[in-house]
Design a protein around this ligand. Structure first.
Ligand code: ADP
Ligand code: ASP
Ligand code: MG
Length: 418
């Protein structure tokens, strides 16, 4: 018999009533003859609440907000534990054979990077035995696993239930992984920001990977990596569709499986960026190393980098971006290294946004970025930094212009729905 993984996100399990609705979707697939493993997120808002409590508890300690990540994981993993039990109860109430599974029970083994752990291995045998022996529906708590050496609970980073679902689908050889959420598929851009955004029937793995890493939080980046590497047939679809009349949603697939490839597929944006500029840095060999080595040692990811060509060949300006959450730490590290780097002034801004245009069609079209620069200029939007790669380019702009910029580019590339 073929098996299926169905994943339901926070809004889809926000109340008992919605959990009953989830059970109807599960029932449909079960009645169609599939063995089903359901992966659930915490009820919407719950993970944020748990994180808030962790921070509040840790603030009372002498070491302040620097807290034990293993205890963070112990607390935040509880949200998914609750939903898995609740859905199992609702399914049982409908006369179905169902049980909940925590990450450690399966087990889902992870590495030791608590708070953003990676899945190392999943043993799917207990779940498939339940399928074979009892036709039992497995209700799996997403987002969590166990680090086997210390036997501690680990969580997979925000949005990690997507990754739990795809990894489980690979582990049990599921025919499909359906990610049910509060939108009916992947759109050309966030439909909550651009009402003219269009739903895509298909999107290539590489494009989805870029969209997710550049800010489209509809799927966690690692879930897309896993789907691509393990060839898991993954759909994004709506839990709010009528369970009796579901729509297929968006298939994430190989580029070759998309017949009509547009030049641009989608636009992503991320406010999770901060810009740092070092003014009048000595223009000599070793400066970039002096700046970026201490940041790398502190595990701070640097993204866009621009070095201005100096007039006098003595000093130059260097601008780059870091994640907004690391902004203050990065500024402090650079300030502390002022003597070795030898810059005159340190400036920064965290009210910036990175807007990115994605499409495999860009490989074969020239001038895609140039037209964007013109369109943004016509709207009076100043570009602070630019990066490009084979299938995407990004611009850094003032956050106040986010919607204007995204809508402008969305129309420019013909993505608006008619
Ligand atoms: P879940 O709780 O089901 O995991 P998320 O909130 O993590 O749901 O992801 C779904 C949200 O992603 C949507 O509500 C939508 O606002 C947002 N989103 C951002 N970019 C896109 C996009 N390109 N297509 C669809 N949704 C997007
Ligand atoms: N509940 C977790 C979060 O809010 C995981 C998830 O929803 O995928 O990040
Ligand atoms: Mg999510």
């Amino acid at each position: 018999m073929s098996s299926l993984v169905m994943k339901f996100g926070g809004t889809s399990v926000a109340t008992i009533e919605r959990i009953r609705n989830v059970a109807r979707h599960v029932r449909r697939e079960f009645d169609a003859g599939h063995d089903v493993a359901v992966v659930v997120s915490a009820m919407s808002g719950r993970t944020n609440e748990l994180i808030g409590w962790v921070k509040e508890a840790a603030h009372g300690e002498a070491n302040g907000p620097v807290f034990d990540q293993r205890e963070y994981d112990a607390v935040v993993a509880s949200g998914e534990q609750v939903t898995s039990g609740l859905l199992a109860l609702v399914l049982q109430g409908q006369g179905l054979n169902a049980r909940s599974w925590q990450g450690w029970q399966i087990p889902v083994h992870t590495d030791a990077a608590h708070g953003s752990a990676r899945i190392a291995r999943i043993d799917g045998s207990a779940i498939t035995r339940g399928f074979q022996e009892r036709r039992e529906i497995a209700v799996v708590a997403g987002f969590q696993g166990i680090e086997p050496n210390a036997a501690r609970i680990a969580t997979l980073g925000r949005g990690g239930s997507d990754t739990s679902a795809v990894a489980l689908a690979a582990a049990i050889g599921a025919e499909r992984c359906d990610i049910y959420t509060d939108v009916d598929g992947v759109y050309t851009t966030d439909p909550r920001v651009v009402p003219k955004a269009r739903r895509l029937d298909r999107i290539a793995f590489e494009e989805m990977l870029e969209m997710a890493s550049l800010g489209a939080k509809v799927l966690q980046v690692r879930s897309v990596e896993l789907a691509m590497n393990h060839k898991v047939k993954t759909y994004v679809r709506s839990s709010f569709d009528d369970p009796a009349d579901p729509k297929p949603g968006t298939l994430i697939c190989d580029e070759e499986d998309i017949v009509e490839q547009e030049m641009v597929t989608g636009i992503a944006f991320s406010k999770d960026e901060a810009q740092i500029t070092l003014r009048r840095v000595a223009d000599k060999p070793g400066v970039a190393a002096a700046i970026f080595t201490p940041l790398a040692e502190a595990n701070i990811n640097v993204d866009m980098i621009i070095q201005v060509v100096s007039d006098d060949q003595l000093t130059t300006d260097i601008t780059f971006t870091v994640p907004a959450a690391e902004y203050e730490r990065a500024m402090a590290i650079l300030e502390a290294a002022r003597a070795t780097i030898a810059f005159e002034r340190l400036a920064g801004a965290d009210d910036v946004v990175k807007v990115s245009v994605v499409g495999v069609g860009m490989r074969s079209h020239a001038g895609v970025a140039a037209s964007a620069f013109r369109a943004l200029a016509q709207r009076g939007i100043n570009i602070r930094a630019i990066t490009t790669s084979e299938i995407k380019f990004s611009v850094l702009i003032d956050a106040a212009y986010t919607e204007l910029a995204v809508r402008t580019l969305h129309s420019l590339y013909g993505l608006d729905k008619s």
